[in-house]
Design a protein around this ligand. Sequence first.
Ligand code: ADE
Length: 232
Amino acid sequence: MDIDVFTLFPAAFDWFQRQHHVASALAGGHTISYVNYRDHTPLKAGQVDDTPFGGGAGMVLRVDVVEAAIRARYARDPMGLRRERTVIPLTPAGRLLDDALVDELAARDVLTLLAGRYEGFDQRVLDNFVTMELSIGRYVLAGGELPAMVLCDAVMRKLPGALGHADSVVEESFSKALEGAPEYPHYTRPAEYRGWAVPEILLSGDHARIRQWRREQSHARSQRPQTERPLP
Ligand code: ADE
């Protein structure tokens, strides 16, 4: 998979690229490349944004700046780009990212992610250049870099070979194998700690019963809302 990230802050991804599953995906031939809007702006003094028409707070990433960066990278009109690549701007109001969407995107060969800053993109970018807007949750972050990393992280760990243990992405929270439910609880040594014992069944060695218990736990968790725990 080849991912291009358009951003004003490519250095923000330095730490991310060093994470084990990302580094192994990259070593295995997948790529993440960065395009800095500022390197291609047609405006003076590296300008990339402007004040909103109609007034209001914040600055808006300009459509001509986004177009220039896309043209510099792909040598084509950004209006047709989505015929060849999946073009995704990160926006708070976009389609909410979930496991099914991660699977869908992990199956594509080429992604173009557009990270915005400030108040976001001029609407004409969203109306004319993109495949779908994507959100990582209904709250507003200062920019699209963290959401782009969240998306790359979730997608790249699904690529074959990225994780040490291939089964970990098959039966995990929200996967088809668990019918979209959260994962069952995990325990490791010590088998007893401060009087808190690991469920007997997990020590029984009876794999059929363990599988059944895990399915039940996973289902029960999906029925139980996460609320603040009462104090002991
Ligand atoms: N940009 C700012 N906030 C965002 C969010 N919640 N999801 C995706 N992109 C964003």
